[in-house]
Ligand binder design. Structure first.
Ligand SMILES: Cc1cc2nc3c(=O)[nH]c(=O)nc-3n(C[C@H](O)[C@H](O)[C@H](O)COP(=O)(O)O)c2cc1C
Length: 340
């Protein structure tokens, strides 16, 4: 996820366990092949993150092939092509979900990439450009012919953006139409919903985006369930520790202001489902310094701990637990004004 699954966030998630694969933010091949420092930084990863996939986007075959080669050179295990991003800026330049309208160009891109790399090539798709032009099955079949080894389908059209629910029936149809493994994606925030969609669609894997921000343990919980054990339940102290760990990692990696923004971004999802989460979220949004953030975390968890011990407080979780991100563009400025 652009603006989210950077080096810091991926390690936070990976340390919670149960994660099969982490993917970089989508990286512009135009930036990458012009040595844009941001694009190059986005390819950075730790050995602990393996298997690690680099996702690239763009609309020009030769640039895509060059970008893919660069990802292989830095040691990525998998090269993933973004054919799903709905952001106008990306689509206008022929990349992301714009490629769903140009299957021949996509075919050329995939073939060119295939010639340039030896690591596996995978493809992330939406189900179509618009509701009247759903073509994910045809695209998936074509991609398989080009040597794509894994297809991930987010069950929405580009036109849909992030509205409504992902249509897992289209995901099932893709699974039934190709021989390569298919993973499904869209709206998995609970074990119950995830298991149901997994079984109904017959897919080989599940991709979780926003749900990982709400619940970084979700992968471990799925792994537990699959292994036949009780899903792991972090206690209050561990939830606090995760927030502190994330903030400490951010402060190590980036300037203070950016670290504050990152913390607010994670808190936007993480606090959903916590008792008194809406109020806690507000206090974090309005924090202006690292000390204020740390104080607010301390106070919130102290109160929560007291309530848990003495049973003297609100017990219902934050009901506003919907998924609210609307684009896959990286937030222009992550800060107090960012929409989360
Ligand atoms: C903030 C944000 C950034 C995203 N960036 C990317 C991206 O860079 N590449 C990609 O394939 N999908 C991206 N997506 C889409 C997600 O990977 C995923 O397909 C979508 O959010 C639905 O899954 P979910 O309901 O589990 O979040 C992004 C989504 C969000 C909310």
């Amino acid at each position: 996820m652009a603006g989210v699954t950077d080096y810091t966030f991926r390690r936070l998630i990976k340390r919670r366990g149960g994660v099969g694969l982490v993917v970089s933010e989508f990286i512009s091949v135009e930036g990458l092949t012009r040595n844009n420092p941001k694009s190059k930084r986005q390819m950075r990863f730790d050995e602990d993150e393996r298997p690690f996939a680099v996702q690239i986007f763009g609309g020009r075959p030769e640039r895509m092939a060059m970008g893919a080669e660069m990802a292989e050179e830095v040691g990525a295990d998998i090269l993933d092509v973004n054919c799903g991003c709905p952001a106008p800026k990306v689509v206008k330049n022929g990349g992301g979900s714009g490629l769903l309208r140009e299957p021949q160009l996509l075919e050329t891109i995939l073939k060119e990439i295939k010639k340039s790399i030896s690591i596996p090539l995978t493809l992330k798709l939406r189900i179509g450009y618009s509701d009247s032009s759903i073509n994910v099955v045809e695209i998936a079949k074509m991609a398989e012919q080009c040597g794509v080894e894994h297809i991930q389908v987010h069950g929405r059209t580009r036109e849909q953006g992030y509205k409504g629910l992902a249509d897992w029936d289209w995901i099932r149809r893709v699974k039934e139409s190709v021989r390569v493994p298919v993973s499904g994606n869209g709206d998995i925030t609970t074990l119950e919903y995830g298991l149901r969609k997994w079984r109904e669609s017959g897919v080989d894997g599940i991709l979780i985006g926003r749900g990982a921000m709400q619940n970084p343990w979700i992968f471990r919980q799925f792994a537990d369930l699959i292994a036949g054990s009780e899903p792991y339940q972090p206690d209050i102290a561990e939830k606090k520790a995760v927030l502190l760990e994330f903030f400490a990692m951010c402060r190590e990696e980036m300037p203070e202001l950016i670290a504050l923004g990152k913390m607010k971004q994670l808190a936007g999802q993480f606090t959903k489902g916590l008792v008194g989460g809406a109020q806690f979220r507000q206090t974090l949004y309005h924090s202006q310094s690292a000390d204020e953030i740390l104080d607010n975390i301390q106070t919130y968890f102290e109160t929560l701990g007291r309530r848990a011990t003495f049973g003297d407080g609100v017990v219902e979780a934050d009901a506003d637990a919907d998924l609210t991100f609307e684009t896959c563009e990286a937030p222009a400025a992550i800060g107090a004004t960012q929409r989360v």
